[in-house]
Design a protein around this ligand. Structure first.
Ligand code: SF4
Length: 649
């Protein structure tokens, strides 16, 4: 039987286990990336593990989420990150140099390699044939120290692309169509491997838009085979020698297949406030638009901004609509400026911003109250834009630009008919990417050789080994699809405490219930209850670290998002699964006791535990965990576990 591309790369990197779906495997990591909101913890944990030098081929530290540095804490964090990169041997990308996924794609991503990143959109370079997976910061620290990365062998799904995109339909519409069909849970436990004759009709950067937003499907990662379009892209980046041809065997067997005929696609849009709330643009045409933003790691590349600039050439945007363009990398900004496109954008009424994540996580360009914002981003979870009652739509740069021109949502095909002189700008790649590398500091040019810690940077808290007995109040009962943004909000006034766990813990779950942090501190222990897909969204390990700091011992949920579940193990919190009936029956404030000896049960491989609620009724809670995850949670988390292992030699 032939192999899928995913199996081939995993086999090349396999250190532990067998490639059987659902089995835990340990793989070797070639490259790691981290960014500023997760990176401080990565390096503090690297230090706490007594590691002294990066072991992977590439480790890259980006500063992209909070680049405005409006508070000294952000600036101190960036200086700490630069000093950590220098001290331990990583590449450092300065604040303003761009979003991690874009800068990584331009400079380091390579076919056939494995990449682990402490950011959920790490799968972006899957479009170049790299097997790229998002993980928690502690997993990154361990992988960077040369340790294996452990994951359950995912199902591999064949997404067969046929046909060719018609006018005004884009790569963004491909992934929006996938979200429309599969929902935000449709990719959980799966790798989406794109194949078929439609692949060669898409350029490498278009493929990375699709793999980037595979994260919104909950997929472990998404990947494309490589071909001359991949080679062409690498050559235009000056990295042609890194090209290798890789793809699945002709007789590869997949766990499932999905067929998408590109020629059937039309401009699509995700309505507020979930990326899978997708409809044709024409269904919501006529909705007035207050703000349009082009940018993010999904659609902020040079090739994404260019169509916008071409559509706006010689025009001005609607007077009631604000438009912001934030290119995703400084290289893109520099090239657009040199080619005169930035001036065109400015003349059209666009506010050109620096290369940053910023507005994607509510840092800058927050929409007004009761207003509509169209963005080319990947997420529109409620409140993520920086205001609770937001109304954020997700779409392609073409659809967003059409809306800026008309002041309302409009299918660009209809706008083209109306205006008579508006043409589909199409997709164009430069022959050569010419941006300077002044903001990228390789380890050999490092400016620091010791860590610089500002006053807001605190040591990583450690948890004691797991108790034999778990009992506590259900401090919070939450609904389905609670995101890591709900658990630890990503707004700027909170994120600036990311390097200070005691402080940032004061905001834990405050978006769900603002009395929670205080109640949790007073209770000094307790448990959480949630519906399905708990912890979806980002890879933010603070979403497990802060509950751990507040004494949360277990989460009882109907299901968990993959990265968050791994993070809960990593920080010594037991992620129990309960059925819908049990979930319905438990009420906030109930006393939940795990009747079995937890420590012994977990260590001995027990899957089912009896819980007693209010000393009144009983139910079953499941623990699905590998042997390694069990050892980690019993040890009190991965930091203690890894240290223990190192001591044991
Ligand atoms: Fe940055 Fe948004 Fe991409 Fe996350 S999703 S890396 S915040 S641009």
């Amino acid at each position: 039987m032939g192999q899928t591309l995913t199996e081939k790369i995993l086999e090349d990197h396999l250190l532990d286990g067998e490639l059987e779906t659902g089995e835990e495997i340990g793989i070797e990591i070639d490259q790691v990336l981290t960014q500023d909101t997760t990176g401080t913890m990565v390096w503090l944990q690297f230090e706490a593990l007594d590691l002294d030098e990066v072991q992977t081929e590439i480790a890259a530290q980006y500063c992209d989420h909070q680049t405005y540095q409006f508070d000294f804490k952000n600036t101190d964090d960036h200086r700490f990150l630069r000093s950590a990169a220098g001290t331990f041997g990583a590449h450092f990308s300065r604040p303003g140099n761009g979003i991690c996924h874009n800068v990584h794609k331009e400079n380091y991503a390579a076919p056939g390699k494995t990449l682990l990143g402490s950011d959920s959109h790490t799968p972006t370079p899957g479009g170049l044939g790299e097997l790229a997976i998002g993980a928690g910061g502690l997993d990154i620290a361990v992988a960077m120290g040369g340790g294996a990365y452990y994951i359950e062998m995912p199902e591999v799904v064949n997404v067969r692309l046929e046909g060719e995109l018609p006018e005004w339909a884009t790569a963004k519409d491909v992934i929006l169509e996938m979200l429309r069909r599969l929902s935000v849970k449709g990719g959980v436990g799966k790798v989406l491997e794109y194949t078929g004759p439609g692949v060669e009709t898409l350029s490498a950067p278009e493929r990375t838009t699709i793999t980037n937003m595979g994260t919104e499907l909950g997929a472990t990662t998404s990947i494309f085979p490589t071909d001359e379009r991949t080679e062409e892209f690498l050559e235009s980046l000056g990295r042609g020698e890194e090209y290798v041809e890789i793809g699945p065997d002709e007789d590869a067997e997949y766990d499932d297949e999905i067929v998408v005929d590109l020629s059937d696609l039309e401009p699509l849009i995700a309505q507020p406030s979930m990326p899978d709330n997708v409809v044709p643009v024409r269904d919501v045409a006529g909705t007035e638009v207050d703000q349009v933003i082009i940018g993010s790691c999904t659609n902020g590349a040079y090739e994404d901004v260019l169509p916008t600039a071409k559509m706006l050439e010689g025009r001005t945007i609607d007077k009631k609509t604000d438009m912001i363009v934030a290119p995703a990398s400084k290289q893109a900004s520099e090239m657009l400026a040199r080619e005169g496109w930035t001036a065109e954008l400015m003349a059209a009424g666009v506010n050109v911003s620096e290369a940053t994540c910023g507005p994607c996580i509510g840092i800058g360009h927050v929409p007004g109250s009761d207003s509509v914002s169209l963005r080319t981003f990947n997420r529109n979870f409620e409140g993520r834009s920086g205001i609770e009652d937001d109304s954020v739509y997700l779409c392609s740069p073409e659809v967003a630009t059409a809306a800026a021109i008309k002041g309302e949502i409009v299918d660009p095909r209809d706008l083209a008919d109306e205006l008579g002189d508006l043409e589909d700008p199409g997709f164009e790649m430069p022959e050569e990417y010419t941006g300077s590398k002044a903001d990228l500091i390789p380890p050999e040019d490092a400016v620091d050789d010791e860590l610089i810690k500002g006053p807001n940077i605190a040591d990583v808290p450690l948890k004691d080994p797991l108790d034999a007995h778990i009992q506590g109040e259900a401090l919070l009962k939450m609904e389905d699809n609670i995101t890591t943004d709900h658990i630890v909000p990503a707004s700027s006034d909170i994120l600036m405490y990311r390097s200070n766990i005691p402080k940032i813990s004061e905001f834990t779950l405050s978006r769900v219930d603002d009395t929670f942090p205080e109640r949790a501190q007073a209770a000094d222990g307790g448990v959480l209850v949630a519906g399905e897909n708990y912890g979806q969204g980002s890879s933010r390990e603070h979403a497990a670290l802060c509950p751990m700091y507040l004494g949360i011992e277990a989460v009882f949920a109907e299901s968990f998002a993959r990265i968050h579940k791994a993070n809960l193990f990593n920080f010594g919190i037991v992620p129990y699964t309960i059925d819908e009936e049990t979930y319905e029956k438990i009420e906030q404030g109930d006393d939940i006791e795990v009747v079995d000896d937890v420590q012994e049960g977990i260590a001995s491989g027990q899957n089912e535990f009896t819980i007693r609620v209010n000393d009144d009724w009983e139910a079953t809670a499941r623990l699905d965990a590998s042997e390694r995850e069990r050892d980690i949670v019993v040890a009190g988390g991965k930091l203690s576990y890894t240290k223990q292992q190192a001591e044991e030699g």
